[in-house]
Design a protein around this ligand. Structure first.
Ligand SMILES: Cc1ncc(COP(=O)(O)O)c(C=O)c1O
Ligand SMILES: [Zn+2]
Length: 410
């Protein structure tokens, strides 16, 4: 028994991304030496492809690759193992023979944020914290609040005041204590950081960030498994803070470490942002490693409206490492791309997904992607959360009299 306890408790440590100093796992997130972010480091057990095959259909099937020590602390609402769809119709339109959509719009709270939020809330429980929270551009609010509800913990949400009504309604329904800030996401982030430290709240994307980002790695594990343990050639990823893109890279690299994939170094990644809030794309195009914050983001893709991206610098490093690209799209292009995906593949996404599809189109036009490349485009949120903006480009339904003799006009 004692032996087993020792083994379990040393499964992870924390390591500074900058100076590489290591720390025992604890409720900390920055290096006391250099203030760099701390990442989770693992002592992986031996794994084979068969380890996962017969397990539950959620991202918790990859337990050994996630930072929870004791399974009894897992808070699951059934997220993950979302469909990886071969997009034949959209592929034909774009001239791609091997296009796949990773459809995270069908997670329990209808965005990919169920991945990082679920892991962070589970870890908060493991740390013995008595409250959780987040700074949110909309989707994280519901993902955190839903997992907090399942865990029986209070959840404090800090978000800019201009979010879509569906996202606010959803988070409030899960019981979130919701504070709308008269300002930007970056203002909300600063307030959440202060309150979190003062009140010992596990703010999932701030003081729990080391564990939070681990959840998004499951995007890579699932894609690899769904491709029968093969690597995609090119990933298109919508980017706000950059945490997800970084985590996706870490996920593929860990699969190589545990010998579930061969060499992942040949993949390419495109970072997709919205014009009106594209500080990472701007730095990439200037060939600079300096991300200059956008003071007042202005885009229909509110979930990506992060003017001062916490992981921006690391996204640029990843793009360099994987011969990647960065591109942005304007509001009209984003909304058109939402309709293109809906009308070719039957998948209804919110503007963040429109950004990904629109930038994918641009990558093909610019000759960055070959017709036979195996491409995975990440669709990270559901269109039902942003109907106000999407409706603005749709033809209103025609109204006829309730008379069987009436003719249809459209
Ligand atoms: C739907 C959706 N897609 C993508 C992102 C970007 O994720 P990240 O901030 O980790 O770059 C977000 C962030 O809130 C989001 O809500
Ligand atoms: Zn350090």
């Amino acid at each position: 028994m004692v032996q087993e306890d020792v083994l379990i408790l040393t499964r992870t440590s924390l390591q500074c991304r900058e100076c590489k100093r290591e720390y025992p796992t604890a409720f900390i997130y920055v290096c006391e030496e250099c203030f760099g972010p701390l990442d989770v480091k693992y002592n992986f057990p031996a794994l084979s492809r068969d380890t996962f095959a017969a397990r539950e259909h959620t991202y918790w099937r990859y337990f050994e690759l996630l930072p929870i020590e004791d399974k009894s602390n897992i808070i699951s609402i059934g997220a993950g193992m979302t469909p990886l769809i071969k997009a034949e119709n959209l592929g034909k339109k774009l001239g791609l023979n091997n296009l796949y959509i990773k459809n995270d719009s069908v997670n329990p709270t209808f965005s990919f944020k169920d991945r990082p939020a679920g892991v962070a809330v589970s870890k908060a429980k493991e740390f013995g914290l008595t409250a959780v929270g987040c700074a949110s551009t909309g989707n994280l609010a519901s993902a955190t609040a839903a997992h907090a509800a399942k865990a029986g913990l209070p959840c404090h949400v800090f978000a800019p005041g201009n979010l879509e009504m569906a996202k606010i309604t959803q988070a409030l329904s899960y019981g979130a204590k919701y504070t709308a800030i008269d300002g930007t996401y970056d203002d909300a982030n600063r307030i959440a950081a202060r309150v979190g430290d003062r009140e010992k709240i596990g703010v999932v994307n701030i003081n729990m960030r080391s564990h939070y980002v681990e959840g998004s790695k499951t995007f890579s594990y699932e894609v690899a498994e769904q491709l029968d343990w093969d690597m995609p050639d090119h990933l298109v990823v919508p980017v706000g803070s950059g945490a997800m893109l970084n985590a996706i890279c870490k996920g593929f690299e860990e699969l190589e470490t545990v010998s579930l994939l061969d060499d992942v170094s040949g993949m390419h990644i495109t970072a997709a942002q919205a014009q009106g809030c594209a500080p990472i794309v701007d730095a990439f195009k200037r060939k600079s490693s300096d991300v200059i914050p956008v003071q007042n983001p202005d885009t229909v893709a509110k979930s990506l409206a992060i003017g001062d991206p916490g992981d921006g610098r690391y996204v640029l490093k990843r793009l360099q490492q994987y011969n990647g690209f960065a591109e942005s799209s304007d509001n009209q292009e984003i909304l058109d791309a939402i309709l293109l995906l809906a009308q070719t593949e039957g998948i209804f996404t919110e503007p963040a997904g429109g950004v990904a599809i629109s930038v994918l189109e641009k990558m093909v036009e610019q000759g960055r992607i070959d017709a036979n490349d195996k491409v995975v485009c990440y669709i990270t949120g559901n269109g039902l959360k942003a109907t106000e903006s999407i409706m603005s480009v749709l033809q209103k339904p025609s109204i006829i009299k309730a008379d069987p003799g009436e003719t249809i006009t459209n």
